[in-house]
Design a protein around this ligand. Structure first.
Ligand code: BGC
Length: 383
């Protein structure tokens, strides 16, 4: 961003006369806004062209999202010198997303995270889901919401895109025709806001999230172990050896999973703790501290190298912190970058894993006449 100090009157005259640069507080002349929304094509699936929406805010920071999986394919924000860098992992082309992706940038659903043994019951009816992760069902099954084409339409305000997908009754074993709207908004304050809304015609379960892998150091070439993580949670949901919650809400204090104080992700990740063995690192649902409903700060991540910092705020009760433990270099990402072990981390805001089988967890049941509605914000700045 550039600006020039100038006296108030000349600035006013310039603004009115040329309708050019705008005037900031104190008569500071500001750069013309770079805000824009461009639509292009990002390949096709089964002959259906997939649109890419590039949203640029007034300072030139940009997010690019595609209709396939509602995937955030890039997110460019400044470092402390003002240099833009892409902070999410992903691919250069659609074929790579279709061929083999660990959910890079995608909307995951109808049920993000795990359902034990791929089964649950509502009103006495037992439903069976495809099992795709050990004995469990993960991220909506074989063809979850990350692998379908959403229909994108720019929002009226011009700073967002609304994505719609209608999931048929019985799709991937889930009951009810589920209509979902996911709206991404990219603000001038470098906030990516995601609003989720769904309705159903039969009782079903729902848990939607975004599965972006972040690396605040630029494009995922390096490790995220030096990033400093703070998670606003006193408790979490410990898991069994298949990453299904035991049902307990346990204190984090005294464990290497406690991130109430900013700590480098790598500092304790190799400690001999059963939960770290089960997750092959961090792969746990944290119970977000909150005073009541509404937006609460879930986590803050800071990369000391670039100064880039991200806050995650959410209306959800939980957040899955996943430290990229299953990345192993075989995904060749943007610009030919092999994504190595722990070169990206996820903060997936969510209801707790396996809630449909855990009566004491906040409910994930959605009934006809109700609207599932939730929002999460990823906010970027430097320090
Ligand atoms: C899960 C991980 C899984 C990753 C990619 C995360 O949400 O918690 O266990 O490996 O997604 O599938």
């Amino acid at each position: 961003m550039w600006f020039r100090k100038s006296p108030v009157v000349p600035c006013l005259l310039l603004c009115v006369a040329l309708l050019g640069p705008s005037c900031g507080p104190g008569g500071v002349e500001e750069a013309p806004s770079m805000r824009g929304l461009e639509v292009s094509e990002f390949g096709s699936v089964d002959g259906h062209p997939v649109k890419l929406f590039a949203l640029t805010n007034d300072s030139g920071a940009e997010v690019r999202i595609i209709e396939y999986g509602g995937i955030v394919v890039s997110l460019s924000v400044p470092d402390r010198e003002g240099t833009m860098g892409d902070v999410v992992l992903g691919f250069d082309d659609l074929e790579s997303y279709i061929a083999d992706t660990p959910y890079f940038g995608a909307i995951t659903g109808r049920y993000a995270n795990r359902i034990a043994k791929g089964t649950f019951e509502i009103d006495g009816i037992v439903y069976e889901l495809p099992v795709n992760n050990g004995p469990n069902s993960l991220h909506g099954g074989i063809k979850g919401f990350d692998k379908v084409v959403w229909e994108g339409t720019p929002t009226e305000s011009g700073d967002g895109v609304d994505f719609v997908y209608v999931s048929a009754d019985g799709e991937e074993g889930y009951p009810g025709r589920l209509e979902s709207n996911v709206t991404y908004t990219w603000t001038d304050a470098n906030e990516l806001r995601i609003d989720y809304e769904s309705t159903t015609d039969k009782p079903t379960v729902i848990n939607l999230t975004n599965h972006s892998y972040f690396n605040l150091g630029d494009g995922g070439a390096g490790s995220i172990l030096g990033h400093e993580m703070t998670i606003n949670a006193d408790t979490y949901t410990p898991v069994d050896a298949t990453s299904i919650p035991t049902g307990e809400i346990a204190a984090l204090e005294g464990t290497p999973l406690d991130f109430r104080q900013a700590t480098a992700i790598g500092e304790r990740i190799e400690e001999d703790h059963q939960q770290l063995h089960f997750g092959a690192g961090y792969d746990h649902n944290y119970v977000v501290n909150r005073d009541g409903p509404g937006m609460a700060l879930a986590a803050t991540v800071h990369d000391p190298g670039t100064g880039r910092t991200m806050d995650v705020l959410t209306e959800e009760p939980g957040v899955q912190f996943y430290s990229g433990n299953f990345l192993d270099g075989h995904h060749i990402g943007k610009g030919g970058t092999p994504y190595q072990h722990r070169s990206g981390f996820c903060l997936e805001t969510q209801h707790y894993p396996d809630s449909p089988n855990q009566p004491d967890f906040p409910t994930t049941v959605l009934r006809p006449g109700e609207t599932y509605s939730t929002a999460t914000v990823y906010k970027f700045y430097t320090r």
